[in-house]
Design a protein around this ligand. Structure first.
Ligand code: NAX
Length: 326
């Protein structure tokens, strides 16, 4: 018997990440050999563009694609959603203060969180890609009190994958031979790329501390800016690919002996205050993320994580000061 299609809602569907993401989902790269029904959410002025993408999806004749619908209201777009990829967000424009950016995005992610709480399926899993991703995920979770908060995650998998690429180039090996990279903290310039437990073919591999601090960490943290400078546009296909990796591993499980980086609501692990959405190393077991616990952090990683957590705390406090639940 053919299984019923999985409902996948994608916001910002007409944007550049959306364009790179939807065809991968429809091909089966995210959920495997199961039919999917895509539900695209856009702002009214971009609905026509999303409908054009829906036409191209149909024209690709993906055997696993059971249908595509385009919506301009969250309530309709999230009805029955089992996976939600929240990509659409309000970008920072010149002269915009941080509080304005947080308020504009709270105006998107609060109502979307509420719509998820009221209309999504019981097994909903949410990945927030739109920035500031960690705080947007916390806002969405706070507006869906009946959904277990650990179903709301934010994306640091692109940072994780960028880190793997740098390490693989340094070691002159393929990324598939590496495991146990960790990104801690916020998806921002304060993120903490930590290669100290990386394995090569299952064996520990040490990196020169000076190379890590002077080259590796700044390269990973500034990679987004380097892409913009080279391409004239921000990362899109790599962001989409990392979103696919995140959801695939969440649903289908992480590789044996490996872990990946996931931003999720802290339950107080590693001294990160409860409820802050912070990146941790995590494994997915039976469809649920579990933070890898008990790792000893170096003094440098500890200090950097504290600084990133301070940034997340400031974002949360700024949102609260606007009278918005988080
Ligand atoms: P684009 O500007 O190309 O597309 C965004 C789309 O979202 C637009 O089509 C817009 O109409 C739509 N949108 C805006 N508000 C919406 C709403 N309320 N409901 C539905 N759709 C809405 O941006 P793109 O390059 O696709 O990037 C999307 C987001 O991803 C940005 O916030 C960006 O900063 C963020 N990123 C996050 C990354 C991460 O690692 N977490 C990396 C890549 C990317 O920078």
């Amino acid at each position: 018997m053919t299984p019923s299609p999985v409902n996948v809602t994608v916001t910002g569907a007409a944007g550049q990440i959306g364009y790179a993401l939807l065809f991968r989902i429809a091909s089966g790269a995210m959920l495997g050999d199961v039919p999917v029904r895509l539900r695209l959410l856009e702002v009214p002025q971009a609905v026509a563009a999303a409908e054009g993408t829906a036409m191209e999806l149909a024209d690709s004749a993906f055997p696993l694609l059971a249908g595509v619908d385009v919506f301009d209201t969250p309530d309709a777009a999230f009805a029955g959603a089992q996976v939600a990829l929240l990509v659409g967000a309000r970008p920072r424009t010149s002269g915009m203060e941080r509080a304005d950016l947080l308020a504009a995005n709270a105006g998107i992610f609060g109502p979307q969180g509420r719509a998820i709480g009221e209309h999504a399926a019981d097994d909903i899993r949410v990945l927030v890609v739109g920035n500031p991703a960690n705080t947007n995920a916390a806002i969405a979770a706070a507006h869906a009190p009946d959904v277990p908060r650990e179903r709301f995650t934010a994306m640091t998998r692109l940072d994780h994958n960028r880190a793997l690429a740098q390490l693989a180039a340094k070691l002159e090996v393929g990324t598939g031979r590496l495991a146990r990279m960790s990104i801690w903290g916020n998806h921002s310039s304060t993120q903490v790329p930590d290669p100290s437990r990386v394995l090569l073919d299952g064996e520990p591999v040490g990196f020169d501390p000076a190379w890590v601090s002077d080259h590796f960490v700044p390269t990973v943290a500034n990679r987004g800016a380097a892409i913009i400078q080279a391409r004239g546009a921000s990362s899109a296909a790599s962001a989409a690919s990392s979103a696919i990796d995140h959801v695939r591993d969440w649903v289908q499980g992480t590789r044996d002996g490996d872990w990946v980086s996931v931003a999720l609501p802290s339950a107080g692990q590693y001294g990160v205050p409860d409820g802050l959405v912070s990146s941790f190393p995590a494994v997915s077991v039976d469809g649920e993320w579990q933070v890898v616990e008990g790792l000893e952090l170096s003094d440098g990683v500890r200090r950097a994580l504290d600084a990133s957590v301070a940034e997340l705390t400031a974002e949360r406090d700024a949102v609260r000061a606007l009278g918005i639940s988080i």
